[in-house]
Design a protein around this ligand. Structure first.
Ligand SMILES: [Zn+2]
Length: 244
């Protein structure tokens, strides 16, 4: 899920008119995420700020950091927040419900994703599953692929293809063609045994398809590998045409 902000101008039962909507960024992201459906969700900032569930998740993850580093909870939260603000460029916010600067739902969501990303990158043991700690399943799936950590248990993971049954060598597979999921050996065996449908209903995860830029950014494929696959497809198409 990706969010965009704008001011609501007018609406009726057929159309919604937005002011200050960055349509160029939106079009760029649609292409980048390879979005093929056009369903969007309209969230309205009701000024209530971040939700209690988000509050709980933030403190759960910060608590895991504190346990890992030996700092007390508030000191750990202070340093993590500073890093997040610096890296994201977001304005300082408060997690107090009484504060004028209370974090919005969007900021809290970004903070949670950032915390999870860092926890996985730094091997901070999480006592809850990343896919349950985020309310943004796409980010959880992406983080698993990026850090090669199982989306279910956080153990070291390999890339699993949701659409293909069986194992093939990582370098022999064109990852642009399939939905991907990072799974450890145990969960890999499980999905092979019970099938994706059952696995999904049990663990609430989904495979994601990555565009070329993201495959490279997450280190799943290199540009050279893609070029080699393209050259192979080209040779195959030539051979087929000659055969015809
Ligand atoms: Zn696992």
């Amino acid at each position: 899920m990706q969010g965009y902000s704008a001011k609501l101008d007018k609406f009726n039962s057929k159309q919604v008119l937005l002011n200050g909507f960055d349509s160029a960024e939106f079009a760029h992201d649609l292409a980048l995420w390879n979005v093929r459906h056009n369903e969007v969700m309209l969230l309205v900032d009701d000024r209530r700020g971040h939700t209690p569930e988000q509050h709980r998740k933030i403190f759960a993850i910060v608590g895991d950091f504190a346990k890992w580093s030996g700092e007390d909870l508030e000191t750990e939260r202070f340093f993590l927040t500073i890093d997040f603000l610096q890296e994201s460029g977001i304005e300082p916010f408060s997690l107090s419900y009484k504060s004028e600067e209370q974090a919005s739902v969007t900021v809290a969501k970004q903070f949670i994703n950032w915390l999870l990303d860092r926890a996985i990158a730094w091997n901070v043991p999480l006592h809850e599953r990343p896919s349950e700690l985020t309310d943004d399943i796409y980010s959880a799936m992406l983080m698993g692929l990026k850090h090669r950590s199982c989306v279910i248990c956080g153990e070291h993971a390999d890339i699993h293809h949701v659409d293909v049954v069986g194992l093939t060598g990582r370098d022999n597979t064109d990852h642009r063609r399939n939905r991907l999921m990072a799974l450890c050996r145990t969960h890999h065996s499980e999905i092979e045994q019970i099938g994706f449908e059952k696995f999904d209903s049990l663990h609430h995860v989904e495979g994601i398809k990555l565009q070329e830029d993201l495959l490279i950014a997450t280190g799943v494929m290199t540009r050279t590998q893609m070029n080699e696959f393209d050259a192979k497809y080209y040779r195959e198409s030539l051979r087929k045409n000659i055969g015809d």
